[in-house]
Write a protein that binds this ligand. Structure first.
Ligand SMILES: Nc1ncnc2c1ncn2[C@@H]1O[C@H](COP(=O)(O)OP(=O)(O)OP(=O)(O)O)[C@@H](O)[C@H]1O
Length: 229
């Protein structure tokens, strides 16, 4: 039977050692995200949101628990495999766009595709992606000539280029004003729905929570669904 979830985090615990002390940042946290579902995680500073997202994105291993991305279980200490899964199955959108300064908007997208050329997965079309995000006029521009909102939109396009199973985004609105921040989340939502991707957004920005399907709050090392957002 095909897995109905694009992303499953099962009973995840994470602790960091601080001298003699063991700090439990996540305690038995589980989350399942279906294709086309857009989820937000909120919570106080230092509650473990970025840690949780890093575990979901195969950037960090949990102390306990399992992660399944696009039907594939992430196994500890298989670094090469984790890099491959990260590249093929996960699209990241960071707080600061992380664009390469010496590539144009279009090249940022085709570069990602070229790196993954041989993996046999279908790819998005760079021109269509730029058009969809209102960036046709930026195709040949370098990041230094783009506005903050435009750069963030290129970062969104780039995250979808490889046709990943999961989109992960950490504070995508942090460097933008309210209006541009909202536009960016609206665009993430539009692409998530159009391409049927599972997406998790970590945010402090309460003003964009009406755009997601479900809001979770991470506090005291546990994750709880927020009702009546
Ligand atoms: N590599 C590490 N070693 C030790 N402690 C760490 C490490 N990374 C994070 N922490 C601690 O884990 C806790 C959770 O950090 P995390 O960055 O996940 O929180 P957050 O909810 O994303 O915070 P913020 O909203 O401020 O970005 C913090 O107390 C942090 O100091």
């Amino acid at each position: 039977m095909k897995n109905e979830y694009a992303l499953q985090l099962n009973n995840i615990s994470k602790s960091y050692r601080d001298g003699e002390q063991q700090n439990n940042i996540l305690n038995n946290v589980s989350l399942e995200v279906k294709p086309g579902q857009f989820i937000a995680i909120v919570g106080p500073s230092g509650s473990g949101k970025s840690t949780f997202l890093s575990i979901a994105g195969a950037l960090l291993s949990p102390t306990d628990g399992s992660v399944i991305v696009g039907g594939q279980k992430l196994l500890k200490k298989q670094n090469k495999k984790l890099v491959k899964i990260r590249r093929e199955k996960i699209g990241f959108i960071f707080q600061n766009h992380h664009l390469l300064p010496f590539l144009t908007a279009k090249e940022q997208l085709t570069f990602v595709m070229d790196m993954n050329k041989k993996n046999g997965r279908s790819k998005m079309n760079a021109d269509e992606m730029l058009d969809d995000l209102g960036l046709s006029g930026c195709a040949n521009k370098y990041p230094s000539k783009m506005s903050g909102g435009e750069k963030q939109r290129v970062a969104i396009a780039r995250a979808f280029m490889n046709n990943p199973d999961v989109i992960l985004t950490d504070e995508p609105t942090a460097s933008l004003d309210g209006k541009r921040g909202r536009q960016v989340v609206e665009l993430i939502k539009k692409e998530v729905k159009k391409h049927n991707k599972a997406a998790i957004m970590v945010t402090h920005d309460e003003r964009v929570l009406d755009l997601v399907d479900v809001v979770y709050r991470l506090e005291n090392a546990t994750l709880k669904r927020v009702v009546n957002q």
